[in-house]
Design a protein around this ligand. Sequence first.
Ligand SMILES: O=C(O)c1ccccc1NCC(=O)[C@H](O)[C@H](O)COP(=O)(O)O
Length: 242
Amino acid sequence: MTHRLELLPAVDVRGGQAVRLVHGESGSETSYGDPLAAAQTWQRAGAEWLHLVDLDAAFGTGDNRAQVAEVARSMDIKVELSGGIRDDASLAAALATGCTRVNLGTAALETPEWVAKVIAEHGDRIAVGLDVRGTTLRGRGWTRDGGDLYETLARLDSEGCARYVVTDIAKDGTLQGPNLELLKNVCAVTDRPVVASGGVSSLDDLRAIATLVPEGVEGAIVGKALYAKAFTLEEALEAVSV
Ligand SMILES: O=C(O)c1ccccc1NCC(=O)[C@H](O)[C@H](O)COP(=O)(O)O
């Protein structure tokens, strides 16, 4: 059976505020107010998932852990938690929020043995974010090169990684449309579900991503388009419901 594309509205937190960045670059943020209010807005609009990111923890410019944990705990919907989860303590704290899964990024590039261990321990509560420029992975809030996408993917597949969140950094926060080629190429080399992230600008972009569900795309993260009111979440859910 082919499934409907899941939608994950994003709440990215920096300095205590919900923000969106362009290309994930520090300093490019537009602020959208209280993260909890944003998360509650998406929940009320019918979201089944929330993609919640602690950007300060990702960049190493502090953290919003307490606030992000409070948002995660107060949601009745599934939460994917991301940003700066790199060791036992940060993973335990993230999982203790009751989130459905966490998204590891930098750790998958810098401490692969630890990531293999936590994949073995936590199964599908662990996803790995593959954030790329071209086919080069980026870590530390997308500021440092971290190896080849396909080599890393093969390694993580062999370690049993349950799911990948794939972001084309060149598209992220730009409203320029998703990188469908990248998504197809990743789906062609792994049988694990893929969550698409970055660049969604329109309902047609979501419909285009939805055509890749049979190839292995499971969900799409939507950030800026919702905050910029390019469409409503209700319209987005309707667009992918067929
Ligand atoms: O997810 C991270 O850990 C992260 C780290 C550093 C910079 C950005 C990061 N995430 C950004 C997102 O997850 C966006 O919310 C998502 O890609 C949505 O993008 P868009 O729809 O283009 O606004």
